[in-house]
Design a protein around this ligand. Structure first.
Ligand code: DAR
Length: 378
């Protein structure tokens, strides 16, 4: 059966299919929390909207979350299903209050891994946040015209930012026929340099959610002169704003992002934000700070020379960190046991909390590596 993209007369089929997914894929949070009576209580238009939100999780039973919001309001309008999924994923008990706070004060502190060990003065670090503008649908529901309208709006902001002494740079569009459009060779060079994002149609989850539709229209990237401040346009969220650096100074990296976010935010309409869930994102896993902070650590001892991530994942989990290969999700450890470590929490933690979790977690893993012991101290 094709995925149920908004055909409410598929209700019984959908319910049966989700029951089967729940049995075969207990980790699919949409299937775990889907309630057939709630679904049946909705009128046809709302059933159609909900089917589109969960379509990726139905089409891809191996999903973790299994849903992508299509409008900022979806989190309130479909809270009966989405809130239990969000609590389950982010480890928030039913009845516990959710009120996201934001705090960037840590970016003005001293958090430099090189001060712990000069060997850490060359680590590759990246921190990004997702942002969406309240006046547009989220990427899964945008028409091609809306994607082009959005790109034109942010390109105006980039035209101002490019003159900024701290963040000056230029915008590279993938939309055919624009003044800033880049060719295939430049695009592939930027992808190989780990700057530009790939065609999302290769991600079955994003494809099923409609997030990769109309590729490459409305997509592009702003890059600062120093190539250490980037803004993706039209990826999983409307904007992914990131700072990158080599070295161990985590606080300085966060300060770079904080300042860039402030400059760009002052040139755009307000970002979609909820007092409950913080910055609104397509995927519920990113709600709250909408931040992913990471750095690459060489851990040959903890990864058996890069052959096995099991022990380091266990050690990292105790430090509230996730570990993946340095080449991204689902990749193995790189040369010399190079791994990407990142705080797991996004919601009910502040930006400073994430920064400190990354800094302290990296220091702890490095110390274990030096001691040659994969089990963290009790
Ligand atoms: N694959 C989707 C999303 C998982 C989180 N990763 C994101 N948002 N890039 C799933 O529901 O499993």
């Amino acid at each position: 059966m094709k995925s149920p993209q908004g055909t409410s007369d598929d209700s019984d089929l959908v319910k049966a299919r989700i029951r089967a997914i729940r049995a075969a894929h207990p980790g699919n949070l949409m299937a775990r929390h889907f309630d057939a009576d709630y679904f049946a209580s909705l009128d046809a238009p709302k059933r159609d909207r909900l089917l589109r939100i969960i379509g990726s999780g139905v089409e891809n039973p191996d999903s973790q979350m299994g849903a992508y919001a299509r409008d900022a309001e979806d989190y309130d309008e479909f809270a009966a299903l989405l809130d239990p999924m969000i609590r389950d994923y982010h480890g928030i008990a039913e009845g516990e209050d959710i009120a996201q706070q934001h705090d960037w004060s840590g970016a003005s502190s001293r958090c430099d891994l090189a001060a712990i060990d000069p060997a850490l003065s060359g680590v590759s670090m990246r921190v990004r946040v997702g942002r969406n503008l309240g006046g547009f649908p989220l990427p899964g529901a945008m028409t091609q015209a809306q994607r082009l309208e959005f790109e034109a709006l942010v390109a105006e902001a980039f035209a101002v930012l490019r003159e900024d002494p701290q963040f000056g740079g230029h915008y590279l569009s993938l939309t055919p026929g624009l003044p800033h459009t880049i060719g295939e060779a430049e695009y592939q060079r930027r992808v190989a340099a780990h700057q530009m994002f790939k065609d999302m149609s290769g991600d079955k989850y994003l494809r099923a959610a409609g997030i990769s539709a109309d590729w490459p229209y409305g997509r592009g990237m702003y890059v600062s002169g120093a190539e250490d401040f980037l803004v993706w346009v039209g990826e999983e969220d409307q904007l992914r704003i990131m700072a990158m650096a080599r070295g161990g100074d985590v606080a300085r990296l966060f300060a770079r992002l904080r300042d860039g976010l402030e400059r760009l935010g002052g040139l755009l309409p307000p970002f979609a934000h909820s007092p409950r869930y913080g910055y609104i994102t397509s995927c519920p896993t990113n709600l709250g700070t909408a931040m992913r902070a990471s750095l690459h650590l060489p851990l040959p001892g903890l990864t058996a020379g890069g052959a096995d991530l099991g022990a380091v994942k266990k050690a990292a989990s105790g430090l509230r960190l996730t570990v993946r290969g340095a080449a991204g999700e689902h990749s193995g450890a790189g040369q010399g046991g190079l791994v990407d470590i990142s705080p797991r929490a996004r919601l009910r933690i502040t930006e400073t909390g994430i920064m400190r979790c990354l800094y302290e977690g990296a220091a702890a893993l490095w110390s274990l590596e030096q001691e040659g012991d994969a089990a963290p101290a009790p």
